[in-house]
Design a protein around this ligand. Structure first.
Ligand code: MG
Length: 302
């Protein structure tokens, strides 16, 4: 069912399909994290990802959409999103964004992680940590009755507090029988602003966080988005079903979430079908004097 705003409220059957699509995605995140080592190239990761999704009974979600030819997006270092799998061998010290989706029975799941290739610089490790933390701080905000701006506010506050910047040109999105549904879910904004989340909808929350400027540009291949200043960028994403509480359907199997607990969020209670109670309560600081963001998001992102 679609609301008047175009939000998709998933039926029990559709929720089942989304759980399965997202389970495939979550397993694949863990698999690719293992495979992404120095000497491997991202074409190989793309081929492995496609075979994995098909073997698990899903279909790659990105292939064919807007003319995209691959299963994953692979965005190294200064690439923000939509990096094309290529033959360059990954090197120690790289960071690699892996963004991917699967379809089961016409319903989509979508997630992204950024992984270190071997040991990385302290500043790169900090960017990864803070970005992933900001994703979870955003997830906590995504509940029925909350505003879209609550998510962006939490992400922006945490990442800017660590001296990083939030990409404005691409945003998260609703998800269901299409990869991209309303509402847009920016990673910046003001608490209390924007559309109100509805129970039974699903959203892809996906902070894209830069070391330097938030400005981006798109390369001549018309896909690859890079930071305007060539400094590092990082991307994490989960598909989240909004029941009585947010449920992280694309849970990455085997992930050590200790760095997330450090910001007062216990990921375990957001596990799919977990019966745990939410015990993490976050202090929500009263709103500061920052100006409202006037930048208009220009595009969805995988
Ligand atoms: Mg997405």
């Amino acid at each position: 069912m679609k609301t008047s705003q175009g939000f998709m409220v998933l039926s029990p059957g559709e929720q089942l399909a989304m759980r399965e699509a997202c389970r495939i995605v979550g397993r694949l995140l863990a698999y690719l994290r293992e495979l992404a080592q120095p000497g491997v190239n991202t074409r190989e990761l793309d081929e492995a990802a496609e075979a994995f999704i098909l073997a698990q009974g899903g279909k790659p979600a990105f292939k064919g959409i807007y003319g995209y030819k691959h299963t994953i997006c692979a965005s190294e270092n200064e690439k923000v999103v939509h990096g094309l799998p290529n033959r360059r061998r990954l090197q120690e010290g790289d960071i690699l964004g892996l963004d991917l989706g699967a379809i089961v029975d016409g319903i989509y799941g979508d997630a992204a992680i950024t992984v270190p290739i071997g040991p990385v610089s302290e500043s790169a490790a900090e960017l990864l940590k803070v970005t992933e933390q900001s994703l979870w701080l955003g997830i906590v905000q995504a509940r029925p009755g909350a505003h879209v701006g609550d998510v962006g506010d939490a992400v922006q506050r945490h990442t800017e507090g660590h001296g990083f910047s939030v990409v404005r040109d691409f945003v998260g999105h609703g998800i269901g029988d299409s990869l991209h549904l309303p509402p847009q879910v920016p990673n910046f904004g003001v608490r209390g602003d924007g559309a109100v989340f509805v129970k039974g909808m699903a959203v892809a929350i996906e902070p894209m966080i830069n070391q330097g400027t938030f400005a981006t540009r798109t390369l001549d291949d018309h896909w690859t988005v890079v930071t305007a200043d060539k400094r590092l960028s990082c991307h994490f994403e989960h598909t989240v079903l909004l029941g009585d509480r947010p449920e992280v359907l694309t849970w990455e199997e085997g992930r050590d979430y200790s760095e997330i607990r450090a910001v007062g969020v216990n990921p375990a209670v957001y596990q799919p079908e977990s019966e745990g109670e939410i015990i993490a309560t976050l202090d929500t600081p009263q709103h500061d004097s920052r100006q409202r963001v006037e930048t208009r998001p220009t595009g969805n992102v995988f």
